[in-house]
Every structure is written in C-alpha cells, then in structure tokens.
Design a protein. Structure first.
Length: 207
C-alpha cells in the first residue's frame, strides 16, 4: 500500500448518502477509505490524527459546529457538506472546518475538495457564497446577548424578566427569535451557540 494514500473518514447519518460518498472515495486511487461512521462519537473512537473527515450530519448549525470542533481538536481535517438553506457553512468554518462542499457538488468537485484539504488548503463550493472569514450570518442584539448570558447561567424565564426589568412575555419573544436564528428549541443549544460565537466568555460560564 502506498504511503501517499490520504486517509478519509466518512461521517453521515443518512445511509444512502454515506454509502454514496464512501463509494466515490473508494474509487480514487490516491485515497483510502479509513472508516465509515454514523455519528461523530463513533468516528472519534476510530479516527487518526491527519485523517480527512467528510461530515454530513443533519443537525442544527450550532450543534454541527460543536461536532466540527471536536473532530478538529483530534487532528482531523474536516470537510462539511452544506447548502445555503441549512446554514451550516459559516458556523462550521468558524469551528475549525477546512472546507464546505455543496450538497449539489458532483464527484469531481468532491474529490478536488478532498485533495485540496489534504494538502493543507481550504475549499468552499462557489454556490455556498461564503469565505472562511465571513461574518456570522446569525447576529444578535444587545438584549438578546443579555438573555443568552442569563440562560447560560441557568436562569428561568421569570428570573430573567425580573433581572432585566422586562415582562416575561418579552423574554419569551426574544427567546423565540433566538431559537429561530440557531435552528433549535433547546436551552442547551442556546448556551452552546453563545459560547461558540463568543457572546459569553467561557471562563465566566464555567465559573
């Protein structure tokens, strides 16, 4: 086996897409399909430093960004499948992904993206219309920032209203807008979003 083969890990929660991507990788003579996993946890148990991780997971952007961060921390070069509609590209790039490939990409583009990332470059499909240094698409107001910080510290909607001197109905309205922005209804995901985007300092949250 050639030492020049690039190890590729395919991580996806859709069986058909997972097997299709794996088939493309197997057909390339300079790539080695190292593993196929249904989840990030499964991939992390088998991943080797330097692997190229192709990630196709149906998760809210903030949750996918967390997965990307975990894979990148283990030394993987992460390439995420994305579309303009799902909004994964910018959060994934900011979390450490080396590139994002459009869900409309053909085999040639996918292989080119893998090879570029393997060589230490970045790659983003043209139709995603983002760059690694793009500003976050999800902007929050100062009031939303205050509410996110209180949510992260475990405050209830009622206590947030009391602290900020606003009605509980207003708190609910702000939280609904935040949930629409990040694509998740869970308070834990609001906290992860705040930490990922430096809306609240990690040290403050842990303290």
């Amino acid at each position: 086996m050639s030492a020049e083969l690039r190890r590729v890990a395919v991580v996806g929660d859709c069986p058909l897409l997972r097997s299709g991507v794996a088939h493309v990788v197997e057909g390339a003579d300079d790539l080695l399909l190292a593993l196929v996993a249904r989840s990030a946890d499964e991939a992390l148990r088998r991943l080797e430093r330097g692997d190229i991780a192709l990630v196709d997971l149906q998760l809210p952007p903030v949750c996918l960004a967390e997965v990307v961060g975990r894979l990148a921390a283990e030394g993987a070069s992460v390439l995420v499948f994305s579309s303009v509609r799902d909004g994964h590209a910018v959060p994934a790039l900011r979390a450490g992904a080396r590139g994002c490939v459009s869900r409309h990409a053909d085999e040639g583009e996918l292989l080119a993206a893998i090879r570029l990332v393997a060589d230490g470059c970045s790659y983003v499909s043209a139709d995603l219309a983002v760059r690694p240094d793009t500003e976050p698409s999800c902007r929050v107001t100062q009031r939303e920032r205050q509410i996110l910080e209180l949510v992260a510290h475990g405050e209830t909607d009622h206590s947030i209203a009391v602290r900020l001197g606003i009605s509980e109905h207003t708190v609910h309205s702000h939280l609904d807008r935040l949930r629409d922005k990040i694509g998740s209804r869970r308070r834990a995901d609001l906290t992860r979003f705040a930490l990922t985007h430096d809306i609240i300092p990690t040290a403050s949250w842990q303290g």
